[in-house]
Ligand binder design. Structure first.
Ligand SMILES: [Mn+2]
Length: 421
């Protein structure tokens, strides 16, 4: 044998073994990300994983004697197995008590609302759909060389109590929830829901700070008209967001816009307010790196933080059938993920992932794409060291009152307190 797995100086491709000529063109492995990532993994700590396994044995009890791996519990707890368990996003801890969200760098919260939809409904099931397929993932990313579980903390606060028949009451609930999370110091990651939630999400953050906020908005649609069908529907979030005193329209950057679903009313508003639109064609001409650079430059110009709004329909509808207004000609998944990562690498104060509609989805691929956008953004924030950068701008935190239920006195819900002792 000319080749053994230990021989790093030679090709890893078995086909090359007998063809010395090809070795002249052999790549320098140390220049490949594949090689670098392989080395980088050794430096990522594993303490949190060890902690999770110990925790699982405490919560889920030790396993049957026949099971050799003694880190396996009887009841599935935490990450494994991927098909089992009650799914929070990425199996992150459920902060049923939302006063605890401040203990985490980032907090996932669902905004299950599709009352702002003007065509296909179903995004009220978006948070559940994304959580379900997020169970597929482990928190480690080979290429990025990061492990979310080891390098950041994450919780899932569950869903906001939306009011299905009432857009305005729902907006108030969403803003309140987002302001609570943001005020706690945790970075809100909101899973929609249709795109109408963009406005209350930004409003929730904006009210907790005197600082200015820019927005990078990935979409096929401009979503900036004042009203649609006489209400503030999912075609309107940026009109109302850029009415907020600390959310300048000139710092709204809309990436991926195009096709036959951009209403003229929206274009008039974009022109009047001088927002920035980068079309899919622009992106194709400039490439991903240049597009991200330009978007960042415009979004960050004179502001203190940037919010990311990612509409899943910005990706070509062939990849994301489960969405409200599918439009051909969108981003390739690789482009979308790279753009989202590059924008996140400069730091964000929060993000929303909207328009995943599980009833229209096939094989959960749209929800899967949504999950990827979120985990890639988190990975990028961790890799760039920008996670938590928004905290210094929270200068008007809200403090929401809680009810007077006393768990120590009354026991856990659905429990029988007197049986406890
Ligand atoms: Mn859209």
């Amino acid at each position: 044998m000319f080749w053994t797995p230990q021989d790093r100086s030679r090709s890893h491709r078995p086909d090359d073994r007998q063809i010395p000529d090809r070795r002249a063109h052999h790549p320098d492995l140390s220049k490949l990300q594949g090689w670098k990532s392989m080395q980088a993994e050794a430096d990522i700590p594993e303490g949190e994983w060890e902690k999770e396994k110990a925790w699982a044995l405490r919560m889920g009890l030790t396993a049957a004697d026949s099971i050799e791996d003694r880190s396996i519990p009887t009841f599935a707890r935490g990450e494994l197995p991927h098909y089992a368990g009650i799914n929070t996003f990425l199996k992150a801890p459920y902060t049923e008590d939302v006063t605890e969200v401040g203990n985490y760098d980032a907090c996932v919260l669902g905004a299950p609302f599709d009352g702002g939809t003007t065509y296909r409904p179903g995004t009220r099931f978006g948070p559940q759909g994304v959580r379900k397929i997020s169970a597929l993932y482990t928190p480690y990313n080979y290429e990025m060389g990061i492990d979310l579980r080891e390098q950041m903390s994450l919780c899932d606060a569950g869903d906001i109590f939306t009011i299905p028949g009432n857009i305005e009451k729902t907006f108030d609930q969403i803003s309140r929830a987002v302001s609570h999370v943001f005020s706690s110091g945790s970075m809100p990651i909101i899973i929609g829901g249709d795109h109408s939630i963009g406005f209350p999400c930004v409003r929730g953050i904006a009210e907790c700070t005197s600082k200015k906020i820019g927005i990078v908005h990935f979409d096929r649609h401009a979503d900036i008209q004042e009203k649609d069908l006489d209400e503030r529907m999912h075609t309107t979030p940026w009109f109302h967001s850029t009415n907020l005193p600390n959310v300048p329209a000139k710092n709204l950057v809309q990436v991926g816009i195009g096709g036959w679903q951009v209403p003229r009313e929206a274009v008039k508003v974009a022109r009047e307010r001088e927002t920035n639109i980068i079309t899919m064609g622009d992106m194709e001409k400039m490439g991903v790196d240049k597009t991200a650079e330009m978007a960042l430059e415009m979004a960050w110009d004179g502001v203190d933080m940037v919010y990311m709004s990612f509409d899943i329909d910005s990706i070509d509808c062939g990849f994301v059938p489960g969405t409200g207004w599918p439009e051909p000609g969108g981003f390739l998944p690789r482009e979308a993920l790279a753009l989202a990562s590059k924008v996140a690498a400069e730091g964000i104060c929060g993000m929303e992932l909207v328009e995943v509609s599980p009833p229209y989805d096939q094989s959960e691929i749209t929800a899967l794409m949504g999950t990827r956008v979120i985990v890639d953004v988190l990975g990028s924030l961790v890799a760039s060291g920008k996670m938590g950068d928004h905290r210094k701008h929270i200068d008007k935190p809200v403090n929401l009152p809680m009810g007077d239920y006393d768990a120590a006195r009354d026991g856990n819900r659905w429990s029988t307190p007197h049986k406890k002792g």
